[in-house]
Design a binder for this molecule. Sequence first.
Ligand SMILES: NC(=O)C1=CN([C@@H]2O[C@H](COP(=O)(O)OP(=O)(O)OC[C@H]3O[C@@H](n4cnc5c(N)ncnc54)[C@H](OP(=O)(O)O)[C@@H]3O)[C@@H](O)[C@H]2O)C=CC1
Ligand SMILES: O=C(O)C1=N[C@H](C(=O)O)C[C@H](O)C1
Length: 264
Amino acid sequence: MKTFIAINGASGRMGKRLVALAQEDPDLVVVAAVNSPNNPHLGQDAGTIAGVQPLGVPVSAELPLSARIDCVIDFSSPAGTLSVLKPCVDRKLPLVIATTGLEADHRAEIAAAAHHTAVLLSPSMSLVVNLLFKLTKVTAQALAGKGFDVEIIERHHRFKKDAPSGTAAHFAKIVQQEMGQKQIRHGRDGIVGERPHEEIGVHAIRGGDNVGEHTVIFSALGETLELVHKGYSRDSYARGALLAAKFMVGKGAGMYTMNDVLGI
Ligand SMILES: NC(=O)C1=CN([C@@H]2O[C@H](COP(=O)(O)OP(=O)(O)OC[C@H]3O[C@@H](n4cnc5c(N)ncnc54)[C@H](OP(=O)(O)O)[C@@H]3O)[C@@H](O)[C@H]2O)C=CC1
Ligand SMILES: O=C(O)C1=N[C@H](C(=O)O)C[C@H](O)C1
């Protein structure tokens, strides 16, 4: 059975890979490609922009009313995510949100939308990063109260707008929940003194075209454990998002995560 998808942020780095990979999948049809109202690609064919065969779907500023849409995938900006909530709620369209940099008030609006339609929110659509979230939880549980300091390092391309990455923030939240550190420290500068045990260091590195690396470091006196993920291609995130879209078809209202997709 075919799944009809709409992509919000369709002419961005991730949007283009979604369009290209969906075209290779006989079970997927891209029926709508949305971007910001001032985007220079408005009106152009989404396939052509993505460097693949023309799709016959022009980039538009809003979700087209007439198209059958089974799921909307959002890789845009916090403003872009908010703008797609209302049409998804009004039309009961399942929504996969991959956009990061969301603040507490954005999350509250997303949670409110999930009372009316199915919403999957994940800072990483990579299947193995989601597995690493689990491994981090298990590790933090096991090492809680045993004298381990935790630091998180993330590396991304120079074009990334938000810091730290949504994935790094999620790793920090998981560790905090299991180990109870009160403070998140972003970088260090000057005579900062000895490292207090009660903090998690989170450090964002930006450069070149790095598609995403995360390291969660657990250090005690005499030994260190590092949990590492290195992305080599945006396609890992795009494939995860397309899998999530298929999973979300026909789902009832509520919040979902990639754990639901993975069955873990
Ligand atoms: N969860 C995950 O696995 C991943 C998440 N991401 C996140 O996805 C987001 C996009 O990343 P990336 O593709 O690299 O970024 P890009 O900047 O390349 O693409 C974002 C696209 O969204 C568009 N956009 C901005 N505002 C709106 C709006 N109001 N309505 C519709 N479209 C809008 C932009 O258009 P314009 O240029 O005109 O503003 C642009 O085309 C980021 O938040 C990133 O962190 C990225 C990779 C993986
Ligand atoms: O902007 C990116 O590129 C990425 N953003 C996500 C994040 O902020 O965690 C996921 C991935 O690391 C790529």
